[in-house]
Design a protein around this ligand. Structure first.
Ligand code: ZN
Ligand code: ZN
Length: 366
């Protein structure tokens, strides 16, 4: 990974924002910038160089993983060590300011840092600069994401082997998660959603003890983390045939969601805003008289985190660029009845997009 290049880019931003230093506290951002994968630390980025602060638990790991930054192991509080470092610098303190990740740092941490810093040095809120840089993936990241998507997609095949009437949602999830670990996944990117019957109308219905009953949809939304990168995919299947076959309204909903999803994918290309992608999906569902049942946004960025910028939603001004990876996941939900969602991951290319998720979207009854 090009950690030095990423830090360099941030330094250019630093010059524009007129911060003297940036304090990175959000762990995925730290990982992105210097490679550290542990659970505690701060990365200080200054014009003159970068310093990573962590505690003794991560002594060995930090020295092995951190690239492009000096490593300081704090014997006591990490923020204390950081303040000491900043205080010991010969620079004039008057007007010196450090930008913090206000979306991530706690109020208590900010107060502690302010108290610890020598007088004259200011703590100011910085915007989500690293998150913005992370939106566009480099070739190595895209490779990792592709591998995660491939592994994740294989889990749906496992789900179909076990998904039958009478089987509990948690049993299906357990089989998928077991298969994920066996295939080398570090962990699931979020708690697996297996939502059957009326629970399929809950956009985030985590697998429960409920036994899957014939005559309804099952929404399967799942993903894995591989080499730090997340996958995210949803498929919806109908349970039951013969007298339990999908009624006309269920088929209509499924085909409409599929069409909406395809329309949004077709809209993805460099230069288009995420709001326009959202609109492409919404238009299809509105035409099918299902617009008001599409209650969430069309998608989100995916990478080191399962939900990251940009949000693919109405009113969002972000413009797509090659290398961005987003989900396209329209759905419709009838409370108390059932719901349908179809989700793929796509990578914005130079001319359009590449659909990363390989799984069929044909209507499927088991
Ligand atoms: Zn999902
Ligand atoms: Zn998603």
């Amino acid at each position: 990974m090009n950690f030095l290049g990423r830090q360099e880019k941030l330094r250019e931003d630093l010059a524009i924002t007129r911060f003297d230093a940036l304090l990175i506290s959000h762990l995925p951002n730290i990982r992105y910038l210097c490679g550290f994968t542990g659970s505690a630390g701060f990365l200080l980025i200054e014009e003159s160089g970068s310093v990573f602060f962590t505690d003794v638990r991560y002594d060995t790991q930090a020295r092995a993983e951190v690239k492009g930054a000096k490593v300081i192991i704090a014997r006591k509080a990490v923020l204390g060590a950081l303040a000491e470092w900043v205080g010991a610098r010969g620079k004039k303190s008057r007007g010196w300011s450090i930008g913090i990740e206000s979306e991530h740092m706690t109020v208590a941490e900010k107060r502690r840092l302010t108290d610890l810093l020598p007088s004259g040095r200011r703590v100011r809120d910085a915007s989500a600069i690293v998150e913005r840089a992370r939106m566009v993936k480099d070739p190595e990241e895209l490779r990792n994401i592709r591998a995660a998507v491939q592994l994740g997609a294989g889990l749906f095949d496992r789900a179909l082997e076990v998904l039958r009437p009478g089987v509990k949602e948690t049993e299906v999830a357990a089989e998928m998660e077991h298969a994920a670990r066996r295939a080398g996944a570090q962990e699931m990117s979020f708690p697996t959603i297996i939502a059957s019957g009326a629970r399929s109308a809950l956009p985030h219905g985590r697998a429960s003890e409920q036994a899957i009953a014939p005559g309804g949809f099952v929404v399967c939304d799942f993903g894995v983390i591989l080499a730090g990168y997340c996958s995210d995919q949803t498929r919806t299947v109908w349970v039951g045939n013969g007298s339990n076959a999908a009624p006309k309204d269920a088929r209509h909903a499924y085909e409409s969601v599929r069409e909406a999803q395809q329309a949004a994918i077709a809209a993805v290309r460099p230069g288009i805003s995420v709001a326009e992608v959202d609109e492409a999906a919404r238009k299809v569902l509105s035409r099918a008289a299902l617009g008001r049942y599409f209650t969430h946004s069309t998608g989100h960025g995916v990478g080191l985190e399962i939900h990251e910028a940009p949000r693919v939603a109405a009113g969002q001004k972000e413009v797509l660029r090659p290398g961005m990876v987003i989900t396209i996941e329209p759905g419709v939900y009838f409370p108390g009845k059932w719901g349908v969602r179809i989700e793929d991951m796509v990578a914005v290319s130079d001319t359009g997009c590449e659909v990363l998720t390989p799984t069929s979207k044909d209507f499927l009854a088991v």
